[in-house]
Design a protein around this ligand. Sequence first.
Ligand code: HEC
Length: 490
Amino acid sequence: MHILLQADSSLFLGRFHSLAVHLPIGFIILTAVLFAISKITKNPALLRPLPIMLLLGSLSAFAAVVLGLLLSEEGGYPANSLFWHQWLGITVVLVSFCSWLWVKGLIGKKKDLKETDVKEEESGFNRKNSSWIVLTLVLLISVTGHLGGNLTHGENYLFDYAPDFIQELMGSENSETKIPFVFPEEPDSTLLYEHVLEKVLIQKCASCHDDATRKGGLIITTREGLLEGGENGAVLQAGSAMGSELFKRISMDPASRKFMPPKGAPLSYAETMLLKFWIQEGMPFDLKVTDERIPEELKLILQTDYQLETERKAIYEKVTVEPANEATLEKLRQLGFRVSTLSEENNFIEVVAKDSVSAEKLNALIEVKEQLTWLDLSNSGMKDEWIAELNEFKMLTRLNLNSNSLSDSGIVKLQGLDNLEAILIHSTLITDSGIKNLVSLKNLKRIYVWNTKVSEDAVDSLLKEHPKLQIDRGVTESKEEKETAKSVEK
Ligand code: HEC
């Protein structure tokens, strides 16, 4: 007996509630059906088993109520529905039991018994008000059962798959669990949590973990709820998927009774991996699908499973600018720059210094700073003291400073070039401290450092810190070849 009183045992028994409730439902419905048939066919013999069925219905309803009360200890049921379900269940027990007493003549007066029906007297079901009893019990058991169904399956369970017109009739909104994925057009605005994971969690967990149901005390549909956790505390632990209850529940053996979701489609492999990554990263709600931190294999998942673009586009693919003034371009050409547009689709330009530059010449470029996205100053006599001028060119995505006697004191002045993705500094005097400063440029992806004073160790440690960065130490890259071709042309 002691063992039955332990919390887990009561839950164990409680789960039999859903099984047990079918007995009183069966007895009461059968009573009603036999009663109706007997009235229609005027066959009083059918009434005879009814009192005993009423008694069995009442006793089994009592058992179901006890098991139900044990089950409710599990918690996580919406209080309002639970209250009504519970008390209606108790009412079923009382009404059916009193009805049995009444038809057996143990309570109430017998005076309205018809003289002619003495034969069926023992059944008691020919007494004047027995139709009311049957009707009341059927109604009670239906409402109780329906509320119980909602408690286990969620509010809209019954009509979830009903044709649209019935759903409208029932006033049930399309259940949340069917919300589709909607992504912003711009890949840079697509967030891993809001546009992907949140939708997955709503689809697969909301039926039991929304505001109304909150099974286990856990609301998954809001960020606050998710972070707050369930009745056993937090379900997410930043940086540790394996230490997070939520992740354990979705990744454990599906046969376990703790596996989530207990019914319905489990999370797919892709969804599980994305969720795991997100928890490992510390649950960043603002992480974009284009973020460098997302490993290649997950980006592949985002591309194939959700048709998402996961590479951040270069600035010149995203924005449009006015064309540069032709007269200005002509002036630049006379100053010894080769100027060409990047592509026919936009007005961005590439500027190559053919001869040596000077502070004045660099200044002249200010007029095209809106359009200037590739700048090649290789082998142009570029000096450390002019580097700061380059910070004006915010649209720069590629900067070539190869083969100039530039040192760390110049390169550290490069700042705020937030669109810069590639920088070429080979054959310069730049050392470890200069290259370390470059990683502060937030979109830098590639650095070409061949033939500099940058050490292998510095490159290795930078790569370790910034795994997404490419640091090119050789000259075999195709861009380098283009570079060589240009020098020949000069
Ligand atoms: C069919 C209903 C149902 C669905 C769907 C469901 N859960 Fe649950 N969940 C429960 C119940 C009931 C409990 C409480 C009993 C338990 O802890 O096992 C619970 C408890 C939990 C807990 C433990 C909360 C705590 O603090 O103890 C977590 C975490 C959880 N669920 C995560 C999920 C996730 C994630 C999903 C979606 C992938 C999900 N659940 C879908 C019914 C459901």
